[in-house]
Design a binder for this molecule. Structure first.
Ligand SMILES: Cc1cc2nc3c(=O)[nH]c(=O)nc-3n(C[C@H](O)[C@H](O)[C@H](O)COP(=O)(O)OP(=O)(O)OC[C@H]3O[C@@H](n4cnc5c(N)ncnc54)[C@H](O)[C@@H]3O)c2cc1C
Length: 387
């Protein structure tokens, strides 16, 4: 049901129209809430980021609820095998669709890779069409709305000016590792295959995209990332060839590799009176396991459910903050533990990995448990999944 358009000024202000703020504005508009969505970037700028996201089943369910999943059908690239390898111990674990929980299995993918550009194109097109959304894109600070709103949501990214103006502190750990992303054409990967390769310098993810291209997310000490980002195309592909699994060859570089620092960050509170932080304004984690955007979208799901059941106000903000903390903390700790456990050659840890990975390779319940925590979120493990 689509509620009639509002006749008053928007009661919810969402600051930041990245993938989190845009999806939240759309989800609230679906409920008939009137929303103002503001961002200093224009619509073309918001779509221009060269990045691909690993989409889990928790995100799939939210996109289905919001009637976006089918429209993204042509651009979602499913992967049906996840090949996890540890260079330090020589261990290997293959995750397949049989390791998913039954309700997820019928969707015939462990996960999907989604390019930022078609995602943002669709979100912005739907927002423009919605009678409940007022779009304020390309506004500089002076043009941003200062009128008080009943409910303010900060979705303005990791350096969130709104979080800072509210005086909310963050707990953070800066990794020595940085992360380099690049799009490449690869030869020799089995169709439907994705890799998570643990190497002593850091994890390397190889994620399938359309037309035989792959997104590489390559973690290593920050200086190595910067040096590799500066290499000429041929030299970069040569360097990449030395770390890919045997039989997989890079053929072509499709964009300029970009290096980013990596941080684990969690805001001490996700609320400020009746206002809240969502997405990377409130938290960040290491990209191992591709959890980042999925965590942000679980914020969106929790907040929209709470707004639907008890309206907007300080109680909703307080409940939202309490409900999101356990998920954010567990995923943050798990990704951090993975990085610490695998990014080294310490003999004791290598010996532990030599025990752990064969157990995982042999035990289907253990693989199912890991995959469920990754794709449904740790709080859904052992609990019924929604339709
Ligand atoms: C190298 C790298 C690889 C990644 N890979 C993955 C992956 O494989 N899978 C995955 O799920 N996630 C991944 N992530 C994480 C993912 O990119 C983020 O989770 C996602 O971008 C967060 O979205 P967001 O909307 O919360 O923040 P952002 O995308 O940062 O958007 C914030 C928005 O707020 C706007 N803004 C800034 N200041 C203001 C202001 N004062 N007022 C209003 N608006 C403002 C900005 O212009 C921006 O549009 C990766 C991140 C990095 C860095």
């Amino acid at each position: 049901m689509v509620a009639s358009p509002p006749d008053t000024s928007p009661s919810i202000h969402v600051r930041g129209a990245g993938p989190t703020g845009s999806l939240l504005a759309l989800a609230l508009a679906h409920q008939g809430q009137s929303v103002l969505l503001e961002d200093p970037l224009t619509a073309p700028e918001l779509q221009s980021r060269s990045r691909a996201y690993a989409i889990t089943h928790s995100s799939r369910r939210l996109l289905q609820r919001l009637d976006l999943w089918t429209s993204l059908g042509d651009v979602l690239v499913p992967f049906t095998r996840l090949d996890l390898r540890d260079a330090g111990s020589g261990g290997r674990v293959l995750f397949g669709q049989q390791d998913l929980r039954r309700r997820n299995r019928r969707h015939q993918a462990i996960g999907w890779i989604l390019d930022h550009r078609p995602l943002m194109r669709l979100l912005l097109a739907r927002l423009e069409k919605s009678p409940h959304v007022t779009l304020g894109l390309g506004r500089d600070q002076d043009q941003m709305t200062r009128e008080p709103a009943a409910f303010v949501v900060a979705a303005d990214g990791p350096s969130s000016p709104t979080r800072q103006s509210w005086g909310i502190d963050v707990v953070q750990h800066r990794y020595r590792q940085g992360c380099l992303t690049a799009k490449v054409v690869l030869r020799g990967v089995e169709p439907g295959g994705a890799y998570e390769l643990f190497r002593p310098e850091g994890p390397l993810a190889v994620l399938p995209m359309a037309d035989g291209s792959y997104q590489v997310v390559w973690s290593a000490p920050m200086q190595h990332c910067l040096d590799r980002a500066d290499l000429a195309d041929g030299a970069f592909l040569d360097a990449l060839a030395t770390v890919l699994p045997e039989g997989v060859e890079p053929d072509l570089l499709l964009d300029r590799p970009a290096a980013f620092p990596q941080t684990w960050m969690l805001a001490r509170s996700l609320r400020h009176g009746p206002a809240v932080l969502v997405g990377e304004a409130g938290h960040r984690c290491h990209p191992v396991g591709g959890q980042g955007l999925n965590l942000c979208w679980r914020d969106v799901e929790t907040l929209t459910d709470l707004v639907a059941s008890q309206g907007i106000g300080p109680r909703t903000a307080a409940r939202y903050s309490r409900r999101r903390w356990p998920d954010l903390l567990m995923v943050g700790l798990a990704t951090d533990a993975l990085v610490r456990l695998f990014s080294n050659r310490h003999p004791l840890l290598v010996a532990f990995r030599q025990l752990l990975l064969p157990c995982l390779a042999l035990s289907s319940p253990l693989r199912r448990l890991c995959l469920s925590a990754m794709t449904d979120g740790p709080l859904r493990v052992g609990r019924p999944l929604p339709d």
